[in-house]
Ligand binder design. Structure first.
Ligand code: AHM
Ligand code: MG
Length: 333
């Protein structure tokens, strides 16, 4: 059999009744935007896309040029197809409405256009994360409230990782599937069917510079891992921290482990570091679809009821038995 492309995969999903034509178009358009972002990321200094944009985003973070470029690419690609009711982005404070001259569809698209911004200028992997919800707020313009649905309501979620190769990882609720960008052909090729999080793990990912700010359950869990063969776990663990959530989660999805950005004293007031609607929720759906687990430490991420668009949340995800252990430590106090 020849190579299967993302387009062919999506048509087959449509024939099987798992997605409708609008959702298929939506995913195709996001994948097309991802190709354009990939071109810009890989050209780097040659295209003059590195460095600061000179502006701040809604969260008060300095925007990089590529944050702004990736955001524009995703917004423009998705405005005119008629599949969306509205969009929301990490880089835009308010809901992004579909211009009046275009038809509207039944879906809401949320994204972090360029995740791992601190890695852009040092040539380390970055990514794009997206989440798709149904618009259940009728014919009028969607409001922030229309987006505030728990992650379990997502109809699709995915990410792209711009690494040595560009990968597009997708779930429409039927497992997790990965596609590698063939740069010469310009198409995504189906290379990673039914990805699953290995249950046996020897790896963890956490920003250890925050150690003194962590809560006791996280202190305990990490201390036990660090004791290795001499500690209660009876085996050595390895640590990795890319500081691009996409790259860290992709590693967990590929070879197991746990990824944590837990609640700590530094981010307590904000509720966490990572954003619920377009970082934690899509990654949680992917990890659960791959047989893993995703929790805040106190609650399943996909059950968190959002109360604002740019809400932050603690994130603990990966191999189910490890996540369950961290949750149990939280319950024990
Ligand atoms: P960003 O969306 O502004 O790039 O921020 C999110 C990133 C995640 O990709 C990553 O896991 C985390 O922030 C890294 O944080 P830190 O710099 O504290 O290690
Ligand atoms: Mg991000």
């Amino acid at each position: 059999m020849g190579r299967v492309t993302l387009t062919q995969y999506l048509i087959e999903q449509q024939r099987a009744g798992r997605i409708n034509p609008d959702l298929r178009l939506l995913i195709e358009v996001v994948a097309r935007a991802v190709k354009a972002i990939s071109v810009n990321v890989s050209k780097g200094a040659l295209a003059g896309v590195l460095g600061e944009a000179g502006t701040d985003n809604v969260q008060g973070e300095a925007q990089k040029k590529l944050d702004v470029i990736a955001n524009e690419i995703l917004l423009q690609a998705n405005e005119w197809g008629g599949h969306l009711a509205a969009m929301a982005s990490e880089e835009v404070e308010e809901v992004h409405q579909i211009p009046f001259d275009y038809p509207k569809g039944g879906y809401l698209l949320l994204f972090d256009p360029l995740d791992g911004s601190s890695n852009i200028d040092v040539n380390i992997s970055v990514g794009t994360i997206f989440s798709v919800l149904r618009n259940s707020s009728g014919d009028g313009e969607p409001t922030e409230q229309s987006f505030l649905q728990p992650g379990r309501e997502q109809v699709a979620a995915g990410y792209a990782v711009y690494g040595p190769s560009t990968l597009f990882v997708l779930t429409v609720g039927n497992g997790v599937h990965g596609f590698t960008l063939d740069r010469e052909m310009g198409s995504f090729v189906y290379t990673h069917p039914f990805m699953t999080v290995p249950s046996e793990t020897h790896e963890y990912a956490i920003n250890a510079s925050n150690m003194r700010h962590w809560e006791p359950p996280v202190q305990r869990y990490i201390a036990e891992l660090q004791q290795g063969v001499l500690g209660p776990r009876g085996k050595d663990f390895n640590m990795r921290w890319v500081a691009s959530m996409v790259a860290d989660v992709h590693r967990v999805l590929t070879r197991g482990g746990i990824f944590m950005y837990p609640l700590d004293e530094k981010c307590r007031a904000a509720g966490g570091k990572l954003r619920l609607m377009y970082e934690a929720n899509p990654m949680a759906m992917i990890i659960e679809q791959a047989g893993g687990a995703a929790s805040t430490g106190r609650e399943r991420i996909l059950d968190v009821q959002p109360h604002k668009l740019h809400q932050r949340v603690p994130v603990i995800l990966g191999s189910a038995s490890e996540v369950e252990r961290v949750v149990a430590y939280h319950q024990e106090g």
